[in-house]
Design a protein around this ligand. Sequence first.
Ligand code: NAD
Length: 330
Amino acid sequence: MKRVKWGIIGCGGIARKRTIPGMLMAENCEIVAVQDVNLKIAEEVKLEAKAKYAFSSFEELLKIGEIDAVYIASPLFCHKEQVIASAKAKKHVLCEKPLGLNSDEIKEMMVACEENNVKFGTAFMARFHRYHVKAKEVVESGILGELVSLKAQFSFEYPELNVWRQDIKLAGGGGFMDVGTHAIDILRFMSGLEAREVVAITGNQFYNYSVEDTSHLLAKMNNGAVMYVSSSYSTNAEPNRFEITGKNGSVYGYDTLSQTGFDAKAYIKMVGEEEKPLTFEGDHVNMYTAETSAFADAIINDTEVPVGAKEGLAAQLLIEGAYKSETVKL
Ligand SMILES: NC(=O)c1ccc[n+]([C@@H]2O[C@H](COP(=O)([O-])OP(=O)(O)OC[C@H]3O[C@@H](n4cnc5c(N)ncnc54)[C@H](O)[C@@H]3O)[C@@H](O)[C@H]2O)c1
């Protein structure tokens, strides 16, 4: 089987803990080079990934001719420059969410990838969770009836740490940008609906960093249904969860947005019937293996990538609308 040769840009939390181990289990992927501004980390990850090269400069990594694609998992404020440079170096790009600090950045990145004829995907690995795929099938079967509401919550306690995610200039925003983007994406994915209007409550209830710690949005979807996303940095007390409700019943799940997703539970409940576990054939999959393997397949077969940049852009436009929305003061 042909294998896609990868370069990794940014070897921090998500790359080292989840995506690289996932990619190493994908039969159609091989990691050739890794890069991190911290060369010590890059050298350590090079050994873990059995890669040939470690760099502190992404420009050096992009000079390696045998690399077909890059996975970009640097902090958000680095994405635009690195995606555009990768496109110009004719590397296909799988970039971590959120793709850019704002939608203008994302559009610029999309143009660069198009002009250089390289594929550009958003690393929304949660689309590969078996319960999200199954819930999408349930919605598409029509048994829930016309959809009425879509809800997802993905919050956690994030005290002040002086890190890039808590600086508005480096992270573009708080809970919405970091985890709300996943919640929005799975609701769009499972429902097939698009948001047409959005309003939000944001602010800082507990912490004084420059991004919000309180992030709740409501959106009106193209069929009139309402989406509710809660993605605050204020508490660990609420598990992540989703619920899609139609006229005839609901499909809902818990812990499906966690990084492994293996402990997730999901159910279906029709009006007047008992709750039943949502079932699917086979086992849960490693979402990062599924994500990178599907992206590699798209390169090998020259087909559309499974989760394109347009999905990252759609989530970003909703978040931007949420930030711009105004409340009525009482
Ligand atoms: N899909 C998911 O499940 C998931 C989970 C967490 C984070 N993320 C996303 O992944 C990205 C990285 O997040 P993280 O939690 O791994 O961050 P992190 O802070 O843990 O790691 C970032 C790494 O990038 C390195 N770095 C800093 N500047 C760099 C540069 N200019 N070039 C290359 N590397 C640089 C740092 O040294 C660090 O090792 C973000 O976009 C984040 O939103 C996705």
